[in-house]
Design a protein around this ligand. Sequence first.
Ligand SMILES: [Zn+2]
Ligand SMILES: [Zn+2]
Length: 340
Amino acid sequence: MEPAAYLDSLRPAGSKRSSKRDLIVNAFLRQEGHLTADDLFDLICREDPAKAKPDSRGALPRISRATVYRTLQWMVEAGIARKVDFGEGRFRFEHSYRHPRHFHLICKTCNRSFEFLSSDIESLLEEVAAARNFTARQSVLQIHGTCDSCRTGRASLAEGGTTERVFARDALRIAIATERSGLEFYSRAAAITHDGRGRRVFEKLAAEEQAHLATLEARYRELLQQDPQLESRPTFLFFKGAANGLFAAGAERLGNGVDDRQALMIGIKCERGSHRFFKRYGEKFEDSEGKKIFLEFADEERAHLELLIREYRALVLRQRRRRPARAAKRRARREPAALS
Ligand SMILES: [Zn+2]
Ligand SMILES: [Zn+2]
């Protein structure tokens, strides 16, 4: 969604556009970072007055400090802005347009703040709230201290990149790690499966993972072209399983002499876990590239899950049909021995 369409979607139907408000909102949306109301007011005063659209009487809007405060309050209520308190005795504001929610690291030396998010922390917070029958509206987590560049004098790569792009990079990294561990899992499963049809399913899934992996890697390279330093920017989205992916535990279990049915069942469990993680987590994010990556990936995982469930059922049926025949053969073999 473009900024203008985004704003229209938030404006209540039939409400009038106000040129002053639009000017303030647009100036605010162009900023990355955490602004105080006074920062925003100064910014608007510095802006080229030619950008302001004259009102119906041909006068340029004059924007007072009070209008900026009121508009910020309106933006918070409309969900365009988030109000943050870094313990400085005044509030700061950040926009939520294509800007995923996050936690903050706050440096007491340079007063800069850095954004991060962790799926593990979020699920713990949810768990605690649920255990206490608490309906959570907002969770704030802040780490106060000294940043890397204040401590070491090294230049920081945390600034200059937009959180949205770093989030997309991290979402792609998680999807790629999952795809790689999926590929490893299906290749192994194909190697140990005796049932011909089951083996072909695992081979098909391994080939699919390979193709998706190539698509995701191409998308990753495209993203890097938008920001040459993107690779080295600090991690935004922390995810414990990212290093070896969601299928790693399943691949390990395949090593312990499992049969065809168990292999399919392990695959089903992995795909279900992966689908649920990407869908639930992706749905919680604001409209952004990272959200899109999560939801598209969730769909792929659901397709794999459905295929595996169908195959599992088909295998059970085949085994049931084969079993009576085999039992009859065994009986036939045993009979002469029993007679003698
Ligand atoms: Zn610092
Ligand atoms: Zn922030």
